[in-house]
Design a protein around this ligand. Structure first.
Ligand code: ADP
Length: 576
């Protein structure tokens, strides 16, 4: 479950990282594409500007040059209107200009290249046009306006025409149609527009934008524009656009990157608009490519990781198999060892039993042979007595073996240690007397009780006392001290003798089954083993040390039971 959760969590993290990378890639690449597109927009704007400027420049000096033409001056001096009309028509036919005309000093058109057309300027008065006034004052009049007669927009340039003495005869004006330029822009399919100093769009690749304003025009200024009939009756309504950033426009629900450049003439300004979706599309494509690369890398990493896990798993399985094989070998070795130990113990037992029973059996055979040979009833009687004692000895040996091999089931009673001492004393009264051993009993100030099997405890004590008697066989001083004591929660029953002591041997060695220093027939080396087993049954322990006097002290330690514990009926009775 935890692994699944961790996996799910890590997949969630990876998905989040992939999404974050995609978004970051989009933003970064968009910023870079946008910068590149803006550069492109600025370059395009500069290019459009140069086409417009060169178109204007071509005709810029034309009125001035024509005003110095002696033929035109001569015809004007003579007021030869027909000749002027024809001359103007010839010049227009040979050039790119739209119209060429001459006004008198009051603005009345005297002669025009289009004299023969229905929209002839001849007879029309253009005194309201600012270019007329500028030219009359001696300057170069420049103006962009919708033609009052033709209703077609155009760029007007005017210069004063003087006679040979320098007296102003009138104003010579040229009208240039910028429509072909605009048509070329439109054909290019790009968004470009030119606004005049008032913010009125005068040229645009989108015809619908012409005569719309970029900013609202103040009422006073609007009055001037109307008076000059610059755009005739055009409503000059505002173009629906708004700035959405330093270089961004939003128009007709579309986002554009915006670049602008001054034309450097008449306060004109060229605006170039580039559809923003190109940058967004390129950025989206880059982001998608980035996401694909990221996912591919992720998959490769996941595959690599799973391959590594598989390798680790298979190596751990190999280790486990090797471990299992080692364990099996170890188990086998343990079984072998147990079997060998059992065989060794069996061998030891067989040797001990053979050794112990061998001697009485050969003694029995001797007594039986002697009894067969004699007819003396006294001797036969003595042989029977010997045989009986040998049988008793053999019985003792087998009883000890039985006790070791199959101990009687334990009881659990409240037992007073003084009772145990009394019992053992009775059982060994004969042996003590026969060995000439004096027994001293040191009782505790109050009775000490333990929980256990009285007979088994007596047996343990008897074993220790028998060993003590045996150990003192050679001693001159033969004393056994039985003491009952208490150490914290422990009851201690110790047997101290004046025998040989333990020598170099440890208790562990002495209590090994069949370890004995007793002569054959006297001990089988099972006494201490049985005693230690009885202590273990009682949750206690056997300990031993050599006393200062050189004898041995063996102690039985068992948990003390408090006889006066309320509610413990048998203990209570025993205390009474
Ligand atoms: P056994 O008495 O049949 O030899 P035990 O297991 O009772 O078997 O004792 C093992 C050995 O421990 C004895 O043969 C003896 O060497 C040593 N031993 C036991 N008790 C004493 C003692 N009180 N003093 C000295 N040696 C002892």
């Amino acid at each position: 479950m935890a692994a699944l959760r961790a996996l799910r969590k890590s997949w969630f993290l990876w998905a989040f990282a992939a999404a974050a990378t995609t978004v970051a890639t989009f933003l970064i690449s968009y910023a870079s594409y946008e910068a590149r597109e803006l550069e492109r927009a600025a370059a395009r704007a500069a290019l459009y500007r140069s086409t417009l400027v060169s178109a204007l420049r071509q005709v810029q000096h034309l009125p001035q040059i024509l005003a110095s033409d002696p033929t035109i001056i001569g015809l004007a001096e003579r007021s030869d209107v027909d000749a002027l009309n024809r001359r103007f028509a010839d010049i227009v036919a040979a050039s790119d200009i739209d119209a060429l005309y001459l006004m008198d000093t009051r603005g009345l058109t005297l002669a025009a290249s289009n004299y023969a057309t229905p929209q002839s300027f001849v007879g029309r008065n253009y005194v309201f046009r600012p270019y007329f006034r500028t030219a009359l004052a001696g300057g170069r009049g420049e103006y962009y306006a919708v033609g009052a007669t033709t209703k077609r927009p155009g760029y007007f340039i005017a210069n004063a025409l003087r006679d040979r003495k320098g007296v102003v005869l009138g104003v010579l004006a040229v009208k240039v149609d910028l429509h072909p330029l605009q048509a070329a822009w439109r054909a290019g399919g790009e968004s470009v527009l030119v606004a005049n100093g008032d913010g009125v769009i005068i040229l645009s690749s989108d015809p619908a934008q012409i005569y719309r304003t970029l900013e609202p025009i103040a009422a006073a200024r609007l009055g001037v524009i109307r008076a000059a009939r610059q755009f005739l009756d055009q409503p000059l309504s505002r173009l629906a656009w708004r700035r959405t950033g330093a270089n961004r426009w939003r128009m007709n629900g579309l986002d554009y990157l915006h670049a602008q450049v001054d034309i450097g003439r008449l306060g004109w300004r060229l605006h170039y608009l580039l559809d923003d979706s190109r940058a967004a599309q390129s950025a989206a494509l880059t982001a998608i490519a980035g996401a694909i690369v990221f996912t591919a890398l992720l998959l490769i990493a996941a595959l690599w990781r799973s391959a590594r896990l598989k390798r680790a798993l298979s190596s751990s399985q190999q280790h486990r198999r090797a471990l299992r094989r080692t364990n099996l070998a170890l188990e086998q070795a343990q079984k072998e060892l147990a079997r060998a130990t059992k065989m060794a113990a069996l061998g030891q037992l067989a040797a001990a039993v053979t050794h112990e029973l061998g001697q009485p059996i050969s003694a029995m055979r001797n007594y039986l042979a002697a009894a067969e040979m004699t007819r003396d009833p006294g001797a036969q009687q003595a042989a029977i007595a010997h045989l009986t004692s040998i049988a008793q000895r053999m019985e003792r040996i087998t009883r000890q073996l039985k006790q070791f091999a199959d101990p009687a089931p334990s009881r659990s009673d409240l037992v007073g240690l003084d009772e145990v001492v009394e019992g053992a004393k009775l059982l060994l009264a004969h042996d003590l007397a026969a060995g000439g051993v004096a027994l001293r009993i040191e009782s505790a100030p109050q009775r000490v009780h333990v929980q256990g099997d009285r007979t088994r405890l007596e047996q343990a004590l008897v074993n220790l006392m028998r060993n003590a008697i045996a150990a003192m066989e050679e001693s001159e001083d033969k004393h056994i001290t039985l003491s009952i004591g208490v150490e914290g929660e422990w009851a201690i029953l110790s047997v101290t003798d004046t025998g040989l002591g333990l020598g170099e041997k440890s208790l562990e060695e002495l209590q090994e089954p069949f370890h004995t220093t007793q002569p054959s027939g006297k001990g089988m080396g099972l006494g201490l083993a049985i005693t230690a087993a009885i202590m273990r049954e009682h949750g206690g322990e056997l300990s031993a040390y050599t006393t200062r006097g050189g004898g041995a002290c063996f102690s039985l330690r068992i948990k003390q039971m408090c006889a006066s514990t309320p509610g413990d009926a048998p203990i209570h009775e025993a205390a009474q």
